[in-house]
Design a protein around this ligand. Structure first.
Ligand code: ADP
Ligand code: ASP
Ligand code: MG
Length: 407
């Protein structure tokens, strides 16, 4: 007998028919003698619908009320899935995040899970019940409802699996595993049987939305066996593993990209110690995450400074940067939200020197201009004009031999 945590994403529970199909799947695992905890997302499109409703009322809804609103999406699914299980003769109970004590900090819309009290869930499992938990939500120490950020149900599932010491955490979605890149952009993308936590983390943090970043962090930290599978078809999916040796010896495992980028530049800043801090300090204080940073070599006592933020944060960051520019006596401030980031990821990079230059060569051949570059031990990322996203991804996919071999 095993304890399995399964998570079904929005598309997988997108209609009552789909919810019934999920119930059949869950029943099969349960009938086989396993203890099953199911974490579900809101039905597909529901979270976006709720966001749009709030926008109809006010452009700046209260963060607290926004979380009260968004958490209802998942609450609908847990009730419907439990009913579907009952209909199949399976004893099941649904719980919201707060009811199973998923305690988070108070950062509304991007809360972090602090701890989970698994006792209630365990008691139900012992009694032979399937436990259905609403993903994406928790409560803070004062009982306020919080949400975990887009894609947060993945993190609920992994955190549940860690708290319950589950044998496996299975993420069921609308693709049958983790691919070398998003198969919607490159149909020649290949499914990976295995990938390391480290690589998955870099892919997720560079924009591969198949798993939320925090879910991968959590799984790595608590050593939760994690698998991505299709809810529509049978298969082994992709196992996220600790051991590098098991992973195919490819130099590059995957290509991630993100359309959520925006770039800010401040020109003609007096070049003296502390400028970087003066520019980025206020941005950080406003809780805006900065990704890539480039400072040019100073000339004639001034320098230029460019950095990227999430597109949603651009307006705020620009306001702040304009104020900083006035204070510093900088020449001008520019913003560009028509950029994207493309990242090559692979643990094999450690032992292969020419990856970055081969990447730049391949992009140059297609006349794709690189605006910014950043590297880490197992990743090379570039910022390019958004019109080059598809071309860039496909070019690199082919250049690094990731295309699937046609049978
Ligand atoms: P869910 O609603 O089940 O959480 P998501 O839409 O969040 O599903 O994640 C699945 C999607 O992630 C896929 O449909 C695919 O378009 C996208 N995706 C991006 N990068 C990858 C990748 N490397 N491998 C597989 N899917 C990817
Ligand atoms: N419903 C939330 C979202 O759309 C959480 C999730 O699906 O993981 O982002
Ligand atoms: Mg998701």
């Amino acid at each position: 007998m095993a304890l399995i945590v399964q998570k079904y994403g929005g598309t997988s529970v997108g209609s009552t028919e789909r919810i019934q199909a999920v119930a059949e799947k869950v029943k099969k695992y349960h009938d086989a003698g396993n203890q099953v905890v199911v974490v579900v997302s809101a039905m597909s499109g529901e979270t976006n619908r709720l966001i749009a409703l709030a926008e109809e009322i006010t452009p700046r809804p209260s963060a607290r009320e926004m979380d009260v609103l968004l958490s209802t999406g998942e609450q609908v699914t847990i009730a419907l899935l439990s009913m579907a299980l009952h209909h199949l003769g399976v004893d099941a109970r649904s719980y919201t995040g707060g009811q199973v004590h998923i305690r988070t900090d108070s950062a509304h819309s991007k809360a972090r899970i602090l701890d989970i009290d698994g006792e209630r869930v365990k008691a139900d499992l012992e009694a032979g019940r399937v436990v259905v938990v609403a993903g994406f939500q928790g409560t803070d120490e004062n009982g306020n409802i919080t949400t975990l950020g887009r894609g947060g149900s993945d993190t609920t599932a992994v955190a549940m699996a860690a708290a319950l010491n589950a044998d496996e955490c299975q993420i069921f979605t609308d693709v049958d595993g983790v691919y070398t890149t998003d198969p919607r952009v490159e149909p020649k993308a290949r499914k990976l049987d295995r990938i390391t936590f480290e690589e998955m983390l870099e892919l997720a943090s560079s924009g591969s939305k198949v798993l939320q970043i925090r879910s991968v962090e959590f799984a790595g930290k608590y050593n939760v066996p994690l698998r991505v599978l299709s809810s529509f078809e049978e298969g082994e999916g992709t196992l996220i593993t600790l051991e590098e040796e098991d992973v195919e010896k490819a130099k590059i495992s995957g290509i991630a990209f993100s359309r959520d980028e925006a770039k800010l530049t401040i020109r003609g800043v007096p070049d003296h110690p502390g400028v970087a801090y003066q520019i980025l300090g206020p941005i950080g204080e406003a809780n805006i995450e900065v990704d890539m940073i480039v400072q040019n070599i100073g000339k004639d006592g001034t320098t230029d400074f460019t950095f990227t933020v999430h597109r949603n944060d651009l307006a705020n960051a620009l306001d702040i940067l304009r104020r900083t520019a006035d204070e510093l006596g900088a020449r001008e401030v520019e913003a560009d939200d028509r950029i994207v980031k493309i990242a090559l990821v692979g643990v094999g990079m450690r032992s292969h020197a020419a990856i970055a230059s081969n990447m730049f060569k391949a992009l140059a051949k297609e006349q794709i201009n690189i605006q910014m570059i950043s590297t880490s031990e197992i990743k090379v990322s570039v910022i390019v004009d958004e019109k080059y996203l598809e071309l860039g991804v496909r070019t690199l996919h082919e250049a690094f031999g990731l295309d699937k071999i046609e049978a």
